[in-house]
Design a protein around this ligand. Structure first.
Ligand SMILES: NC(=O)c1ccc[n+]([C@@H]2O[C@H](COP(=O)([O-])OP(=O)(O)OC[C@H]3O[C@@H](n4cnc5c(N)ncnc54)[C@H](O)[C@@H]3O)[C@@H](O)[C@H]2O)c1
Length: 287
C-alpha cells in the first residue's frame, strides 16, 4: 500500500525537506496549509509538476499502479532528488520501498495546478501561429479544449480550423461568455493585441497566454504569461556560453559542474535554475 499526504516519509524514510537526524516531521515541522504550500512552490517546480503529470498520465493509461521516484525522475528527465523536493511542495512523500501511488499523485498534482476543472481556450489571431495552435489536438488531452477562434480577416470568418469555425473579433465578449472560455491565447500582431486582450477579459477570461511582442495591461485578477521563443533560445545560448567558460576555468575537467564561487550550483542560491547532473546512464538530465 502506498501512503501519501502530510507527514509521510520519502523512500529514504525521511521527509524530503528535513535533514536526516531530525525528529519526526510531525514533531519537527509544522506542515503549512495546502494553499500556503502552493504559494511557496517555485515557478520552475510548477513547470516540472506539469511534466510529472504528463508522465504519470501515460503510466496510468498503461495500467501502472505505483512508480518509484527514480523511475518517475528518469521518465521526466530530472534527477530524483529534485523530483522528491518538487513533490514535497505538494505534500507528497511516497512510501519507502514502494514509491508513489500513480492515481493519487495525479490527483494531488491536478489539484495543485488547478486542473480539477476544465479550462476552455480561445485563440485570437488565426494566422500561421493561430492555425498551428488551433489544429494541435494535444491541448484537449491535457484538459484545455479549444472552444473559440477569432480573427478580423473577413476571408477567415466561419472557416473551420481544427473543427472550430473562426468568429469575428467583434463577437469576442459574447462568444467567450457563452462558451465559458477562461484562457485566451493572443496570436495577433502587436497592433490589436491590447484590444483583443481587453475584449477577452470582458468576456470572462482570467488567463492570457500572449505570443505578441507587447506588454499587456490587465486587471489584477487576470494572469498573463508571455511566450517568447527567442528569449528561450537566448537562455539556451547563455547556458552553452557558461559551460564553455567553466570548461576554461577548470582545465582538464571539461564538463564538470565546478560551479562559480559563492556556493550553490550556480552561485546565487537558486538551485531551481541551476544545471544539474543526473544519474541516468551517465547522461546529464535537466528539468
Ligand atoms: N512569441 C513567440 O515565440 C512567437 C513566435 C511566432 C510568432 N509570434 C507572434 O505571434 C503573432 C502572430 O504571428 P503569425 O506569424 O501567426 O502572424 P500572421 O500574420 O500569420 O497572423 C496574424 C493573424 O492575426 C490576425 N489579426 C490581425 N489583427 C487582429 C486583431 N486585432 N484581432 C484578431 N486577429 C487579428 C490576422 O488577420 C492574421 O490572421 C505575432 O505577434 C508574432 O510576432 C510570437
Amino acid at each position: 500500500m502506498t501512503a501519501h499526504g502530510e507527514g509521510e516519509r520519502d523512500e529514504a524514510g525521511q521527509p524530503a525537506d528535513v535533514p536526516s537526524g531530525s525528529g519526526s516531521p510531525a514533531e519537527s515541522i509544522a506542515v503549512p496549509a495546502a494553499r500556503e504550500r502552493a504559494r511557496a512552490i517555485p515557478e520552475a517546480a510548477v513547470a516540472r509538476l506539469a511534466v510529472y503529470l504528463r508522465v504519470l498520465s501515460g503510466l496510468e493509461e498503461r495500467g501502472t499502479g505505483t512508480v518509484s521516484s527514480e523511475e518517475l525522475a528518469a521518465f521526466a528527465g530530472v534527477n530524483s532528488a529534485k523530483l522528491r523536493k518538487d513533490l514535497s511542495y505538494i505534500g507528497s512523500y511516497g512510501t519507502r520501498g514502494v514509491g508513489y501511488d500513480v492515481a493519487v499523485l495525479i490527483g494531488q498534482i491536478e489539484r495543485t495546478l488547478g486542473l480539477t476543472k476544465k479550462h476552455r481556450v480561445a485563440v485570437a489571431g488565426i494566422g500561421n501561429l493561430g492555425h498551428a495552435l488551433a489544429n494541435y489536438g494535444g491541448f484537449l488531452n491535457r484538459g484545455f479544449p479549444v472552444a473559440a477562434l477569432f480573427d478580423l480577416d473577413p476571408d477567415l470568418l466561419d472557416v473551420p480550423v481544427g473543427g472550430i469555425p473562426v468568429s469575428s473579433v467583434d463577437d469576442i465578449v459574447e462568444v467567450c461568455r457563452e462558451r465559458e472560455v477562461t484562457i485566451g491565447v493572443i496570436a495577433t500582431p502587436t497592433e490589436g493585441a491590447q484590444d483583443v486582450c481587453d475584449r477577452l477579459v470582458e468576456g470572462g477570461v482570467v488567463c492570457i497566454l500572449n505570443f505578441a511582442p507587447v506588454v499587456l495591461q490587465v486587471p489584477e485578477h487576470v494572469e498573463v504569461r508571455k511566450v517568447d521563443l527567442a528569449v528561450e533560445m537566448q537562455i539556451l545560448s547563455f547556458h552553452v556560453a557558461r559551460r564553455n567558460q567553466e570548461a576554461m576555468v577548470v582545465p582538464g575537467v571539461a564538463g564538470t559542474d565546478a560551479g562559480p564561487p559563492g556556493g550553490g550550483a550556480n552561485g546565487n542560491g537558486n538551485s531551481d535554475s541551476a544545471p544539474e547532473r543526473g544519474d541516468v546512464d551517465g547522461m546529464v538530465v535537466r528539468p
